[in-house]
Design a protein around this ligand. Structure first.
Ligand code: NAD
Length: 230
């Protein structure tokens, strides 16, 4: 039986695909007040602004391509039973050929109802544009399938179980500032081998026993892939 390998990724894994991280200085996200575009209150006040913000993000995602780090994670499936837990709303893991991807914070290529029956009913968005006229079958306006700040994270329970069962755990490209995702590190089992790939590992608070690989995602995943498959 293949060993269970779990990856927890954050926006840093997509940086080398040209998508800004959340906290990068001068990055795109820095130009916006998050409260104006990524909260339920923002949607209630200005749904058009929020829709347009995510339409622009979706455009960037569609223009981007998976990088070697996404692909190396997918290639680990030849040797391991791999689950990717991503905080990213882009779909670069899927396009990099990973088969088992759990999106903690949603998927920007999908929409959901802004009405009461939102969860588990997701609608693919054709191209980059979600329009104000796009509605769910009950007539509610569609919103991006993204977990906004202040909203619950429905997938966290499943993710916690997946992490608890991991024999190898790789954390890549996340500042570990966003909860509950960052709390997943506390659920690894005693014998799990844990690695963290990030160019700023010294800025991260890591539990004991995590091996820090101070590299960008592509270089770090290439090195770790060799180690884990040789
Ligand atoms: N691509 C996306 O889908 C995307 C983009 C921006 C924000 N977000 C959302 O914003 C939240 C922010 O949390 P976060 O921890 O993911 O992002 P973050 O910006 O807080 O942290 C990014 C981390 O990536 C590291 N990094 C930068 N360049 C890297 C590279 N080339 N290779 C590897 N690591 C690199 C940084 O040192 C940092 O530790 C997430 O929940 C996510 O949902 C997603």
């Amino acid at each position: 039986m293949k060993k269970k390998l779990v990856v927890l990724s954050g926006s840093g894994i997509s940086a080398e695909s040209g998508i800004d991280t959340f906290r990068s200085t001068n990055g795109l996200w820095n130009q916006y007040d998050i409260k104006q575009v990524a909260t339920p209150e923002a949607w209630a006040k200005s749904p058009d602004l929020v829709t347009e913000f995510y339409n622009q993000r979706r455009k960037s995602v569609l223009e981007a391509h998976p990088n070697e780090a996404h692909r190396k994670i997918a290639a680990l499936e030849n040797t391991y039973d791999v689950v990717v837990i991503t905080q990213n709303i882009d779909d670069l893991h899927e396009r990099g050929e990973s088969q088992n991807v759990l999106h903690l914070h949603g998927n920007i290529r999908m929409a959901k109802s802004s009405g009461p029956k939102a969860e588990n009913n997701y609608y693919p968005i054709k191209g980059w544009e979600l329009k104000a006229s796009d509605r769910c079958p009950d007539g509610y306006r569609l919103r991006p399938h993204v977990v906004w700040f202040g909203e619950p994270v429905p997938m966290i329970e499943t993710a916690t179980k997946v992490v608890s069962a991991a024999e190898i755990f790789i954390v890549v490209g996340t500042s570990l500032q966003v909860y509950p995702a960052a709390g997943l590190l506390d659920h690894v089992s005693k014998n799990c081998r844990c690695y963290v790939i990030d160019p700023a590992t010294e800025e991260l608070t890591l539990p004991q026993g995590f091996v820090a690989i101070k590299k960008n995602a592509v270089a770090g995943m290439n090195a770790l892939f060799k180690e884990l498959t040789s």
